[in-house]
Structures are given as C-alpha cells and as structure tokens.
Design a protein around this ligand. Structure first.
Ligand code: SF4
Length: 750
C-alpha cells in the first residue's frame, strides 16, 4: 500500500461584502441590503487571521456589490472607484501580513481579473452547472454557464492559478454534472490553469435574515456544533454517495493533474470519496464556513486520525498549488511572500534547489572523472552534482559511482540480520522531521519495562540476529546509569549479540558534564560494540536550526564521533536528505564526514536516509513532499562519489526507499542493504510504507535480482555466510550446495 497525501489549506475567510446582484435560491450568504466591512474592520480581521495561524486569506463576496448605491457610496468614501479596487486593497494588506490571498468575487471582467492577479496567489469561480435553465438561477444573470466559462477561460489566458467546481444537487441531471466537468476539462486542456475542482454537494440552509453568517460560522467553528437539519426544497435533486463517486472518478479521468476537492463539513462521505480518488479537503477556515455557517469544519487533527489508518497523510498546502509557484504564474510581490514565509512549499523541481544560487554545471563532467579516481571533490563540484538535472550527466554519475563501488567494495551485496529496539519514544527534543518522538504525557508515548525489553532481545536471538540496534528518544529522566543498564541487560540475555547503540544525540544527553572519553569507556564496559552515526541529519548548522533547533550542533556531533573513535568503536555515518536542504548544504555535510573519516578512520559505512514526510511537522505543515525515486538514486550516486575511497560501504535503506528502489540503488554505488530490522518504528511513524521487517531471503533475493552475489555480514563487516548467484554455484559444482548459502566465518572482522 502506498501512502497518499490528502491536502488542505489553513485559511481565514473575509466576506468583504455580502451584497449581491444575484438571487440564487440555494444561497444563504448573499443579501440585497448594503453590506461592506470598513477598512479598520478589515485590518482587525486580518490581524485576527494572522493570530489564528492562517496562511491563506479567502476573500468571498457577493457579485458586483457596488450595484447597490449605498455600497458604491461607501466605497467612494473609502477612496475606491469600484469594488475590485477595494478587494485589491484588502489583498495588499493581507500580503503585508504574510497572508496569501485567494479571491472568489464572482464573474468579473478581464481587467478585474488582471488587477487581482497582481495581489493574489490564486483566484476562483465555481462553474456550478452547464445547465442554463436551472430554476435556482432565475434572476442571476452571471450564473449563466457561458458567462462563467468565459471568466474561467480569461483567467487561463491571464495565467492565474484557478479553482473551480460544480454544485451537485441544485436541480441538474446526472448527465449535466458530467457535462459540467467536461466543460472545465476543456478549458483546462487549453490553459492548464485549473489547480483543483470542487465537487460541492448542496445542503439546505436556514435563512439568516438580520443575522451575520460570518458570526454564526465563527461561533459554530469554535463550538463544533452543527445546525438543525433543514427541509430539502422542491427544486433540489437528491444525491447519493455513488453519485459523488462517479464524479470523483470522472474528474480524475478527465483531469488527472487537477486536485479533486470535497468539502469535509457538508457530508460524512468525504472519507469514502478520498478512497475513491479525491485529493483535497479544501480550505479549513479558522473562522468557519461563511457559505454554510451552520456546518463547522472538522479539525485537521480529527481528519488526520480518520485518514491515517486508511493510508493517507493529511498535509497542508497553500492556496496556490506547487506547480504554479513560479514567475510565470505569480506576480513578483506574491512570489516574494511565498519565498520569504512559505519557502518550504516551493517544490524541488528535480534539482533539489529552492533558492537561487548559481550552479557551475560545467564542473560536473571533470568532477565525475576526478571522483572515479577517488579524488576529493570540493564544495562547488559537489553542489553542482547534487543539483544536477541533465539525464546524460546523471547517467555518467551513476556509472562512475558503480565503478567506484566495484573498486572499493567489490560485487558482493551484504546485509546484517539484526533487530531494532527503540526502548522508549519519549523525547524532549521535538525535531520537525520526526514522527517518532513523543512528549511524556502524550497518549502515544511508551517506555518498555525490563520484562518487555528482555522478551524483545530473546526474540532477536531466536530470529538469528547478530546485532541489536538500540536507539530511543531523548528521555528527560534517563541518566547514563539507565543507558548502561539496557546494554548490560541485553548482554546478559544475549552475550553473543553485537550491541550497536546510542546516537550522538543520546550520548550528548547521557554525558551531561562528564568527559566523553569517560562516557564511552563506561558504555563499552557495559557492552557497547559500535555506535550509529545518526542524529547527523545535515551537518550544517543553518539546516539544523531550521529543522531541529534543539539538537546538538555540528561541532558537538563531531566531538562525540571523535570520542567514539578514540574509544576504538566503529561507527556508521548518515545523512538525512530530501527535505529543506540545498545542494551546497549537502556538499558541506560530505566535507565534514570525509574530513572526520580522514582523521579517525572510524566510519565503516555511510547510510543515506531519505526524508519521510508524511506524519512529521515538516511534512504536515511545511509542504515537504517525499523525494522522488530518481532524485533519491541520483543523490545515492553522488554520496558514493563524495566519499571516494574513504568509506568502503554505502548502504541503501529499504525502509526509506522501499526494497525495489534499494535493489535499483545497487547500480548507483550501493553495496549493502542494511539489516532485517524486525521492528522499525522511526520511519514507520513518520509515514514510511515499506514495512518494518524483512527476512534474509528478501535481501538475498534483491541482490540476486540485481545480478550480484549476496552475503550475510556482521555489524563490523565480517562475512558470515555467502549466497552466490545460481550460475556461480553451478560453476563451482553442485556438491557445494545451492542457494542455501556458504558459511565463510562467524567472527567479526577486525
Ligand atoms: S529525531 Fe530523535 S531527538 Fe529528534 S524528536 Fe525524534 S526522537 Fe527526539
């Protein structure tokens, strides 16, 4: 099962004017009396939007409110010639506060759309229906489908990222619904500007004469109380879940690149419709739904809980979809706000780059040759390689990484039979990329007792594990005695199992003020066999400040690793990439690793860990998407080239990238597939969907599928058992046994 992102936007609604020239029968929003917020009220509401954490300002209005003379005179008194000018003014005030405006002010002229384009991130207009004769639209001239399609088309001409949709159940026939979607698809085929299509089911509303829907909506949103059901009017058409499923399917078929939005407050069927292909739950307004005020939005927390078991990750988006975040679709002033405040939402576009810095592409070809010989690549060369997008250059990097792998690690693909034990997930650090750590009082927090720990160690022994890998959250109450205690207990139960434990962050925490040499001496004495070089993330303090400000800085990470090396412990080096980092920051990471290795020779492997965004703060609220397989493989090759001959083993993490991609990575410089793990919590809780354990035969099969011999290794890369390819076995003679494996030696290599 793959995990799918379902998006929503955190917005705040400003119903700038409810005065409307139309008379749609389903509408409880519009009024024909003068309604217009004054500038000081608008500024107050915008401040409120910021205070409530909105990123989008949804400007909703009636159609052409200035046809009302009182509205026109108030606009004039505020210094605006027409209503659009006032909307633009409100959008400018929103941008100043870092809010991205999305306007939905009806069927307006090309000039008005263009004026609003200068101050909005996106705009919208519902098509509603292609039926021109609906009873509900009598008296509403701009609800004629030709007028609306014309506006939608004009928005395309002007390159405005646009939201449209249909109303379902307002008297139209099932065929007309499909025709409406086909009409939207035709416009989108021409201009490519539709970012999402809303399938909005009609729900009957009470009338709000004399009341303010914005206030009713806000109160309902705060209390969560839905209004009483209202009788369905005679002109309405009944709608079923199956009807909606058909529409979702049709949207996906006609416009596969366009989001399908289902309002989650208007029915209970949004979850089955997500199953049916819907991708978005719309703008969840902090101050409620002004069109259906008696229907508050469910909280993101509640929706997330409902989506998660079905394999969906609820993640935030901006009002403008990622594919439109560039100078072709957005005005510089709007793009600047995104770059300044929401830069993490800007897609990586294959190069891994989010900010402008010149990249010396001319350096790549000579750098590949230099790397093939094991030469040390400088920052500019590595930056260019991490940012590379040209397929031929990437293929050259792959070949060079593959050659280097063959030279330094041979053809054998190794793996270790191991078990992870995460003794506790209680953590005080709060890294934005982490889905594992929990506060002490969280209902999801756990802490294994001794009995459970011993059971897990025994299970590992029964499984044939030669290594136990122990890492936990940063538990506020644990001291070095606790960490020693877990090592001693594991050693007592499984004296032959290698203990690979404690990240540099854990070591830093348990050390307190104790000198690191003393710390490692004590941990070794308690049974520590080697250390994982995790908590490295990206070894650049600028990145660390942004994704894990409470984590140890680079200088301390290096200190811990040097002390580990002085204690004679082998260690792995890691990198966590594919989130907010820039290519030059990865280049810096590799400089730190390579120089440290040249000083200590302690790293026996390098483990690239691609970021899993789904259930992490970075993924949920910063728009970070999972790195593509192609980018992941390209980075893998660059890591091999960056290491040169300094670190022998390069590992692919099947937990992060899936076994299939890890198998492919064997052609991109990789010689090791890591461990069987038995239980994997850290990536799983971040939303990884690649499983939590593998059997040795899975890893042997992966190596063989890549045409390479396999071998079970120890933590320290001693070969325990070889699994040659079938043809090698045949060539060596049938009497030596087939795929059952050949025992080489059982001790750990020095
Ligand atoms: S990554 Fe580690 S230190 Fe950071 S929050 Fe998660 S468990 Fe805690």
């Amino acid at each position: 099962m793959s995990r799918r992102r379902v998006t929503f936007s955190r917005n705040f609604t400003l119903s700038l004017s409810r005065t409307c020239r139309c008379y749609c029968k389903y509408c409880a929003f519009a009024t024909h009396r003068p309604h217009l917020y004054a500038p000081d009220e608008v500024e107050r509401l915008l401040d409120d939007a910021v205070r409530r954490g909105a990123k989008e300002l949804l400007v909703l209005t009636g159609e052409r409110p200035e046809v009302n003379p009182e509205v026109a005179s108030r606009l004039a008194s505020y210094g605006h010639d027409d209503f659009t000018a006032y909307v633009a003014w409100a959008c400018e005030r929103a941008l100043e506060r870092g809010l991205l405006p999305h306007t939905n002010i009806g069927a307006v002229s090309k000039a008005d759309l263009a004026r609003l384009r200068e101050v909005t991130a996106s705009q919208g207009l519902m098509l509603e229906s292609v039926n021109p004769d609906l009873v509900v639209h009598q008296g509403s001239p701009t609800k004629h489908p030709a007028v609306r399609l014309d506006t939608i088309r004009t928005a395309g001409e002007l390159k405005i990222p646009f939201t449209s949709g249909i109303l379902v159940g307002i008297g139209e026939s099932p065929e007309e619904r499909l025709d409406s979607l086909a009409a939207l698809a035709a416009v989108h085929a021409e201009y490519g500007h539709l970012q999402e299509v809303i399938l909005q089911n009609f729900v009957p509303h009470p009338r709000y004469y004399g009341a303010e829907p914005a206030e009713i909506a806000d109160e309902a949103q705060q209390t969560g109380a839905h209004g009483e059901p209202v009788d369905t009017p005679a002109w309405a058409t009944p709608i079923t879940l199956d009807d909606m499923r058909v529409l979702v399917r049709e949207c996906r078929r006609l416009m596969p690149d366009v989001g399908v939005q289902i309002p989650p407050n208007l029915s209970d069927w949004w979850l089955p419709l997500v199953d049916g292909g819907a991708t978005d739950l719309g703008g969840l307004s902090a101050n409620g739904d002004h069109i259906s005020p008696e229907h508050p939005f469910p909280s993101p927390h509640r929706m997330r809980k409902l989506l998660q078991p079905n394999g969906y990750a609820l993640t935030e988006r901006l009002c403008v979809y990622p594919q439109y975040m560039d100078g072709e679709w957005l005005e510089p002033g709007v793009l600047d706000v995104i770059k300044r405040k929401y830069w993490s939402f800007i897609p990586r576009r294959g190069s891994g780059r989010r900010s402008d810095r010149s990249i010396r592409r001319d350096l790549v070809a000579p750098a590949i040759e230099k790397a093939r010989e094991g030469g040390r690549l400088d920052a500019e060369e590595l930056t260019a390689m991490f940012a590379e997008t040209r397929p031929e250059a990437i293929e050259d990097m792959r070949q060079a990484a593959d050659d280097l792998r063959r030279e330094v690690a041979g053809d054998e693909v190794t793996f270790v039979v191991n078990r992870n034990i995460n003794v506790s997930n209680i953590c005080v650090v709060g890294c934005a990329f982490c889905g594992f750590g929990q506060g002490k009082r969280s209902p999801d927090a756990y802490e294994h007792g001794e009995e459970e720990f011993v059971r897990r160690v025994r299970e590992a022994v029964e499984f044939g594990a030669t290594e136990i890998c122990m890492q936990s959250g940063i538990h506020p109450d644990w001291t070095i005695d606790d960490y020693e205690g877990w090592l001693r207990l594991a050693q007592e139960v499984a004296p032959d199992v290698h203990l690979h434990a404690y990240s540099p962050m854990e070591v830093d925490h348990l050390a307190g003020n104790m000198p690191l040499d003393e710390v490692f001496a004590r941990l070794k004495e308690a049974g520590l066999g080697s250390t994982p070089g995790t908590a490295a993330e990206v070894l650049d303090d600028g990145v660390r400040e942004r994704i894990s400000p409470n984590k140890l800085p680079v200088r301390r990470w290096v200190e811990v690793m040097e002390a580990s090396a002085r204690a004679g412990l082998s260690t792995s080096a890691t990198v966590m990439f594919g989130h907010i980092e820039e290519p030059w920051e990865l280049a810096e990471h590799m400089r730190v690793i390579r120089e440290l290795q040249e000083r200590t020779d302690a790293f026996n492997e390098f483990v690239p860990l691609s970021f899993i965004p789904f259930h992490t703060l970075l993924g949920r609220t910063h728009g970070i998407e999972e790195i593509s397989r192609e980018e992941n493989l390209k980075h893998t090759a660059v890591f091999r080239l960056a290491l040169g001959r300094s670190v022998r083993s390069l590992q692919a993490s099947w937990v992060k990238m899936g076994l299939d991609a890890a198998t492919e990575a064997l052609d991109w410089g990789v010689n090791d597939l890591g461990g069987t793990l038995m239980e994997e919590n850290i990536s799983r809780l971040a939303g990884s969907y690649h499983g939590v354990r593998l059997e040795p035969h899975d890893l042997i099969g992966a190596a063989h599928a890549a045409g390479r011999p396999a071998a079970e290794r120890t933590t320290l890369y001693g070969i325990r058992k070889s699994y040659p390819l079938a043809e090698e076995v045949l060539a060596a003679g049938a009497d030596q046994g087939g795929g059952a494996g050949t025992v080489v030696f059982g001790d750990e290599a020095a």
